[in-house]
Design a binder for this molecule. Sequence first.
Ligand code: ZN
Length: 115
Amino acid sequence: MMPLPKSAFKGLAKVTGPLLFWMAVGWAAYPVAMQHMSEAMEEAADIAEIRLFSLTMAVSCVCIGIALTLYGFVGQQPSEDEMKAPEPRLCPYCGRAMEPQEQLCTGCGKTMLKL
Ligand SMILES: [Zn+2]
């Protein structure tokens, strides 16, 4: 299995980071909505508990959102070596991986034809 390149994680972080801020806004608005709902339904809801839970969720979302956004936007850009993975050249005789400039396989000693 091929490991995912770092740029894929960065792309994901760029999408998920801002999304988490919206989730935080949603959690912040949640107790207000619940209060309105419980008033409309004339049913006592434990607003204090909902508020505490929502606050915890909102703060968590903001923290993770900040971390992901920083990772996605500020962190190191993927290096050029990572962007273009070198094609491994294998010796057709013994299967040893060779440097592109190598003309003679050090594994089996056979001379390579220029491809
Ligand atoms: Zn060889």
